[in-house]
Design a protein around this ligand. Structure first.
Ligand code: IFM
Length: 445
């Protein structure tokens, strides 16, 4: 049940002093102005008919590139302390491209909202992809050069930085299954793309620190994996999925090692690279949406949560039983799984785990009177608070997303925003959840 944020029935618990409240977006999903930057892998991908379900592109998207003052005003009125956005590498490559972020950062600073940029949120420059993209080691080095360039220009006004967004999804969907750009279907031969993104992260951490940056994290997606049954085959398949989606991307960063058996599959001098990848982080970002139920392979392709999982995978994703509500995307709403995830991270990584920030959490629902989104956010904030009470050090929470936006292969069909966007007129209309969150934030210390 969604509570009244002012505390009439079931008040939202108090979060610690200094807890960072924010909302997130990404460049390709909201900026538009594609004609004022170099092309990215997503421009090439969306130009191919059938790649995006409604055959739309992000050429205009929310036109945030031109309307950012209005969007910053929405952030200010919402009362968030921070705004997580991403910097488009293809825009930075184009003449004058960094000027846009200069203006955005100034506008945010003037509004009293802390800018928190992500340096890579899936929109690799097409020119870098043509040279081999994330399958090529040099891309990691080029990413670090780009990170240094951005930090030199904006570092005087930005303290908190994120290197990568969800390298797990970018590897799985973009390079293994091909349902996202760059559309590669390499299955397990996609593993080098994971290694080179992790290496890019480590090299960028070093480059940012050399440029004077002191507050660096990553936004990794994680969720509990639940075996579909107690049968040994289901438990084994779920364990494998957990390694691929959770441990493969957290262990190298936090423990300086790959899960057993995976290091041998990675390219290059893996032991030396792991030292770079494990550069200590100032905080660890988690994007959380839902747990996953996993069982043994079922011998057929599986459609689940908007994605197709081919039959040859050594696991199958299943419906979670129990009558949980689902979002428009079909993702189950299970807030207690967030508490489980956070405590399991504390238990697995112990002293190696820096403070956590939830860098994304949200849901897709239609409508402006979005009571389901209020219930979702209410439930997840309480679940997060239970993790705090259990002693997990969580320092911030960012809602995905400020605006409805281009949801990748789903096009504009999935609406994650606190603010509705009319894609004909580009008019912004705050939803009920926007007002609810504003009240929640006003009631916090
Ligand atoms: O829209 C995406 C975002 O780009 C990355 N994390 C998940 C969101 C919802 O699918």
């Amino acid at each position: 049940m969604a509570s009244d944020a002012r505390g009439a029935t079931n008040p939202m618990p108090r979060f610690p002093d200094g807890f960072l409240w924010g909302v997130s977006t990404s460049a390709h999903q909201i900026e538009g102005a594609a004609d004022q930057r170099d092309p990215s892998v997503w421009d090439a991908f969306t130009a191919e008919p059938g790649r995006v379900k409604d055959n739309t592109t992000a050429a205009v998207a929310c036109d945030h590139y031109h309307r950012y003052p209005e969007d910053v005003a929405l952030l200010r009125d919402l009362g968030v302390g921070a705004y997580r956005f991403s910097i488009s590498w293809p825009r930075v490559q184009s003449p004058g491209g960094l000027d846009f972020y200069d203006r955005l950062v100034d506008e945010l600073t003037a509004a009293g909202v802390q800018p928190v940029p992500t340096l890579f949120h899936w929109d690799l420059p097409l020119s870098v992809e043509t040279e081999g993209g994330w399958l090529r080691r040099e891309t990691a080095e080029r990413f670090a050069e780009y990170a240094a360039l951005v930090a030199e220009r904006l570092g005087d006004r930005i303290s908190k930085w994120i290197t990568l967004n969800e390298p797990a999804e970018h590897t799985l969907l973009g390079h293994a299954l091909g349902t996202h750009a760059p559309g590669k279907q390499l299955m397990f031969d996609a593993l080098p793309a994971a290694h080179h993104q992790l290496l890019a992260h480590g090299l960028a951490v070093r480059a940012l620190r050399a440029a004077g940056v002191t507050d660096i994290g990553i936004a990794n997606s994680h969720g509990p994996t639940w075996p579909a049954s107690d049968e040994a085959a289901d438990v084994e398949a779920a364990g494998f999925y957990d390694v691929l989606l959770n441990q493969l991307f957290a262990d190298p960063l936090l423990l300086g090692q790959y899960p057993e058996g995976l290091g041998e599959l990675m390219p290059g001098d893996v032991a030396a690279d792991l030292k770079v990848i494990a550069e200590p982080l100032d905080w660890y970002g988690i994007n959380y949406y839902a747990p996953t139920s996993v069982g043994a392979p079922q011998g057929a392709d599986i459609e689940f949560g908007g994605y197709t999982f081919p039959a040859e995978l050594p696991f199958s994703v299943r419906e979670i039983e129990g009558g949980h509500p689902v979002t428009d995307f079909g993702w189950p709403v299970i807030p207690e799984a967030l508490t489980e995830l956070l405590t399991s991270f504390r238990d697995r990584y112990g002293d190696r785990l820096p403070p956590i920030v939830i860098t994304e959490n949200g849901c897709s629902y239609e409508g402006i009177d979005d009571q389901e989104r209020i219930a979702f956010l209410d439930g997840h904030l309480r679940a997060l608070h239970r993790a705090l009470e259990a002693g997990v050090d969580v320092r911030g929470y960012f809602v995905w997303s400020l605006l409805d936006n281009f949801e990748w292969a789903e096009g504009y069909a999935r609406r994650f925003g606190l603010v509705h966007v009319d894609y004909e007129t580009l008019k912004r209309t705050p939803k009920a959840s926007y007002g609810w969150l504003r009240d929640v934030l006003r009631a916090q210390p």
